[in-house]
Each structure stands twice: as C-alpha cells, then as structure tokens.
Design a protein around this ligand. Sequence first.
Ligand code: ADP
Ligand code: MG
Length: 406
Amino acid sequence: MTPAAAARPATPATKQIAAEFLARFGRAAAGVWSAPGRVNLIGEHTDYNAGFALPFAIGQRTYVAAAPRTDGRMSVASDAFDDAVEVSVDELATLFPQATGPGEAAQVPEWAAYPLGVAWALMALAPAGTAFTGYDLLFTSEVPLGAGLSSSAALESATAVALDELWGLSLDRRTLARAGQRAENEAVGAPTGIMDQTATLLGAADHGVLIDCRDLSTTLVPLNFANEDLQLLVIDTRVRHAHASGGYGERRASCELGAATLALASLRELTVDGLAAAETALDDTTYRRVRHVVTENHRVEETVRVLGEQGPRAIGALMTASHVSLRDDFEVSVPELDLAVDAAVAAGALGARMTGGGFGGAAIALVDAAQAETVAQAVRAAFSAAGFAEPNLFAVVPADGALREQ
Ligand code: ADP
Ligand code: MG
C-alpha cells in the first residue's frame, strides 16, 4: 500500500499535519507528501501559447497526509475550508464528465475539485486492473491562496505524488503535471496552462525550470541568487484574482484569435522580427496581446542566456521590461502591482515584475540581500501613501519540487 520511501527528517510542518490528521480521523496518517508553490521568474502568459517560461519552486509548500479507508470511499479536507467532501471511488471515475466552461464543471465545492479532479485524472491514466483504494486526504498549506504563487498547483501536485504512490501507478512527473492541468481545466474549469504543475513537480533547489511549452521539455537553470547575495522578494498585494471567471480566458482567446488570423499553429511560431507584418493583419488589441507573448518569449531566452553569461545580477532589466509589457500590452496588471514594481525599482531593486496570471496577486523584486529591508520599507510606505491595504512581503528561495516527506 505504501511502498518504502526515503523518509526525510520530520519538520514542524510535517509534525503538525500528522497531528492534525490523527486528531481529525482518529488514526495515524500512512504518509505525508508535499509540493511547493512557485514563482514565475519570467515568461508570463506564454505557457498556453507553446512558449517559454522560467519558474522556480519555492520553499513554501502544501502538505497532504493520507491514510487508507476500507469502505471504498475517498475524502478530502483542508484546514483552509470548512467543507470536507466524501465520494465513493466508483463515483469519482465519472464525477467530472466534461467541463464546458468556467464554473460549470464542479459537482463539488470548488476547492475540492482540485484534489478530486487529480484523482479522477489519474484514474483515467492508470493501467487496467488497478485497485483504487479509497483514502482520507488532509491538506494544509504555507502557500497563500490566490496570491499568484500557485497554491492550486501545489494542491494538485501534492495530491498527484501521493496518489501516484498510494495507487502504485509510477507515472512520470510530466504525466503527473498533465493530470494536474487536466484537473484544473476540466474539473475546476480554469483554462490554465501547464507551467505551474511543471514547476512544482520538476523544480530543484537553487534552480529555475526552463519550460519549452511546445514539447514540454524542461531544463534546470542555475539561478545562483544566494551565491550572489541576492534575495527574491515577493510582494503579495492581497488583491485577489479569480482565474476561472476573470480575464484569463479572455486573454487566452485573444492569443488564439491572433494565431488563427496569422495562420500559425501557435504564437510560438512568430518571432520579434515578424511582428511588423503581424501588426497590419491584426486589430490593435489582438496585436498588443500577440506582441506581449512574442517579446516575452524572447525575454525568457535572453534571461537564460544572461544568467549563464553574466549571472543573476544582470537579469533585472529583463524582469522590469516583462512587467511593462504585461501592464501595457497584455493589460493584466492592476494599480497595486504597478506600484509594487515602481516602488521596488525606485528603492534600488535590480528588477521587478508582476508574477502569475495577474488581475491582482503578487509582484517579485530581485534585490541585493543587504538592501532587502530598505526596499521592503519603501514598498510598504508607497502602499500606505496610496491608501492601499498593507502588502505581505516575504523572501522566497528556489526549492525542491514535490516529494514524499514521511
Ligand atoms: P493561486 O494558484 O495563484 O494560489 P488559484 O485561484 O489558481 O490561485 O487557486 C486558488 C484556489 O485553489 C483556492 O481558492 C482553492 O480553491 C484552491 N486551494 C489552493 N490551496 C488550497 C488548500 N491548501 N486547501 C484547499 N484549497 C486550496
Ligand atoms: Mg493557480
């Protein structure tokens, strides 16, 4: 049932979820798994355009504790929500028939559609004859929900590695990433790409994950932030977005329209040199959406090149250029994100940008470790002067992807 895994030393977080599991279910968890949130260093809204992205997994993680049941039922509970959900495993196989659009997919409370959607997607991938034992699953997360750090992928990937092992599937990490994306697209109804699941499943300490979303190949890229005395600050604006019902689907549709009008398989086929010709073929809004994607792909490639040739201190300008493109061409920023970026750069950050899908969430700033507090204070002061709610600032470090903890 639970094959031996390299047990890691217990941490306060794993001890806590094991204790919560015992208190809630009256029996010990058979295992604890975790998956990280992620920060996208650069390459935004490129994943669903078959482009490049360079995210990294962060130290903040979502944990799941699990123990088998004997009644063929599966339950999911989270300390972030009051409503636990229980279904029979047989029912699960047909719980999410076909999503037809945002909000129409979930037969269960939205949060539960993420883990149950992963279970559902894994069942479809399992070899014939697999015995689908039911489990109690309990989740807790250090990743702020809806802040653009992909608590959704952390939840999906923690579920995926746990059930992959518990059901004895041994699927590779790319397949688990696709199962997570399928859960998000079809069980939750959010038309997101595969970047987040890939980062949370394939991330490694001190590395970014360069993803070529055309063939889903990945390359680990050394970031060397700590070696260069750099810190990556997250500025969570506390403005919350709603992917499933927000402007994400609209932007995605614009990109699809742009590619179709230009008779391209995807916007990946278009290069910066081809933009002038594209401008005459597209309406102004579609053109600006396309220009963002094309220039952003170029910025990701440049970031990888500059990291290799000059190191992380030299990538700041590319980060800030990415923000300007997301703000002006893709129009997914909000005043709080713009202020976070402007204030951080004015206070000495090497570069800053919104990260994640936009419409709220978090910005990131690359700062000299010695200046991190100065930059943080400047951002807080700017938010206060603008009458915005106080942002939540914290540092993140590139960390390992999903794994078994206990
Ligand atoms: P992000 O991925 O940027 O945090 P999303 O809107 O994509 O934002 O995903 C957030 C949603 O994912 C939450 O509203 C909730 O439904 C679900 N979720 C994430 N983490 C948890 C958790 N630990 N427990 C329960 N649900 C969670
Ligand atoms: Mg998400």
